[in-house]
Design a protein around this ligand. Structure first.
Ligand code: FAM
Length: 436
């Protein structure tokens, strides 16, 4: 058993016992009152999930196992002191609940590089059978499903595995799946945008650095950006669409490939992960319609108001939980101001940040007028030469695997049962309205 799995076994055994005891002792305690309005507007604020990997505070933003993003950037192991933390370290933190040392992070890098070599040939054939014009998220998700032929979990289940062992093949499958996503992503990217000229992985590189390398963006600067990107998008507690969908499908004991694929189908929606691509289209149209890369504050305001008048959303702004500027936006802006302060797209993003919150607030209905992670991520990638917008949501998905798949392992450690909430009819809700 590898060292990460061994540590997981130790912490997992004790936590799963604690959970059983909690339910035994306090299972009947009432948690909260739920209103008709909450249920009928996306269940916002309804506590319905157990997720240990991260927690989102409406004002402060995300904390991973209690650590804020600035804390992570200071504490997680890096390749160089002035570099960005390695996502491998965040994976370990989310999985085990402890900040790893550099040797452990190096072990995970090597383990993932080794496992990445095991992608079966048919996966690339399946991708190649799709039209080159198919959106990269279609190709990505198809590849994820095609990889499920290798599922340890399915094999072990068919062989009659004991319930208490579910977490073990789940861990193996998750490690395989995470290790392989950069290879799949770079394959799709090079296939769609660089004339099929594929680049072999460099097993000496870390997981995110290798992704940048295989995409053909192998400068140290691009690798540093990729590490930051992979850390920032990794998790956002359990209720967001990609995390919730992965978890839900996993409760049917679907293997990690099926479960993650469900999450990625959700990420592909324009109100979730595809917002990063939508932002770039919105910016492109703004530049085209106004006729300059340096529009005035008033021109941006008019453009934003027109978007709202057309009954559309301003992508990259708003959030279901956050009520302040997303720290994932601020961290990227700080990074950009440090390394590429003169990049025109970054200057445009900064100017939009001065204007759009007021425009959204003036509608009187938008609960959070502030930018989210997607308001800047595409502009940053583009400024570093990764200019092909359709790959942005795939990159989001590669990062998101770290959090949602870690939670999937924990779901099996905790022995989470099938999720099956009740639904009611319109008439039933109407009756409740009259009664209360
Ligand atoms: N532009 C225009 N209208 C917006 C808006 C925006 N950016 N954000 C919210 N609204 C509207 C929303 O459509 C709703 O209108 P109706 O009452 O007419 O239906 C109203 O304001 C109240 O919505 P809310 O309660 O403030 O937001 P929700 O919790 O329902 O939705 C978001 C949250 C993220 C879906 C929403 O803010 C949005 O559509 N934003 C733009 C898309 C986006 O950037 N998504 C990415 C979110 C990101 F963090 C991620 O998942 N990657």
């Amino acid at each position: 058993m590898d060292q990460v799995k061994q540590r997981l076994k130790e912490v997992g055994e004790s936590k799963s016992e604690q959970l059983k005891e909690l339910v035994r002792e306090h299972g009947n305690k009432v948690l909260q009152e739920v209103t008709i309005g909450q249920v009928l507007s996306g269940m916002k604020g309804v506590v319905a999930l157990l997720t240990d990997t991260s927690k989102l505070d409406p004002s402060e933003g995300i904390r991973f196992r209690g650590y804020s993003i600035p804390e992570l950037r200071a504490k997680l192991p890096k390749i160089k002191e002035d570099g960005e933390p390695l996502p491998e370290g965040l994976f370990y933190l989310m999985l085990i609940g402890e900040i790893p040392d550099k040797a452990t992070v190096d072990f995970i890098s090597q383990e993932w590089a080794r496992r990445a070599q095991g992608i079966p040939d048919h996966v690339f054939k399946v991708i190649d059978s799709l039209p080159i014009t198919a959106h990269p998220m279609i190709q990505f998700n198809t590849a994820i499903l095609a990889m499920s032929t290798e599922s340890h979990f399915r094999r072990a289940y068919m062989a009659g595995m004991d319930k208490k062992d579910y977490w073990d093949p789940m861990y193996e499958g998750v490690m395989d799946l995470i290790s392989r996503l950069p290879v799949i992503t770079a394959y799709i990217y090079r296939r769609c945008f660089h004339g099929q000229k594929h680049i072999k992985p460099d097993p000496s590189l870390d997981w995110a650095g290798n992704l940048a390398h295989m995409m053909g963006h192998s400068s140290e600067e691009a690798k540093r950006l990729m590490r930051l990107y992979m850390v920032l998008h990794a998790d956002h507690e359990g209720g967001n669409v990609s995390a919730h969908a992965t978890h839900l499908v996993g409760t049917a004991l679907s293997n990690p490939y099926y479960s993650f694929s469900a999450g990625m189908n959700g990420l592909a929606g324009p109100l979730h992960g595809m917002a990063n691509q939508e932002v770039m289209h919105w910016l492109e149209k703004l530049i085209k319609e106004i006729g300059t890369e340096t529009p005035s504050v008033d021109q941006i305001k008019d453009y934003a108001i027109t978007t709202l008048e057309q009954g559309r959303v301003i992508p990259g702004y708003g959030h279901a939980v956050l009520r302040k500027t997303d720290p994932r936006f601020s961290e990227q802006l700080d990074f950009a101001k440090k390394y590429i302060p003169d990049a025109p797209l970054i200057q445009l993003v900064s100017k939009i940040y001065e204007v759009v919150p007021d425009v959204l607030a003036s509608t009187g209905k938008v609960k959070n007028p502030w930018p989210n992670v997607d308001a800047i991520s595409g502009s940053l990638l583009s400024s570093y030469g990764i200019k092909e917008f359709p790959i942005y949501t795939v990159l989001f998905g590669v990062s998101r695997s770290l959090g949602v798949l870690t939670s999937l392992i924990w779901d099996r450690i905790y022995g989470m049962p099938l999720e099956r909430p009740s639904s009611q009819t319109f008439d039933w809700f109407g009756e409740q309205g009259k009664n209360k």
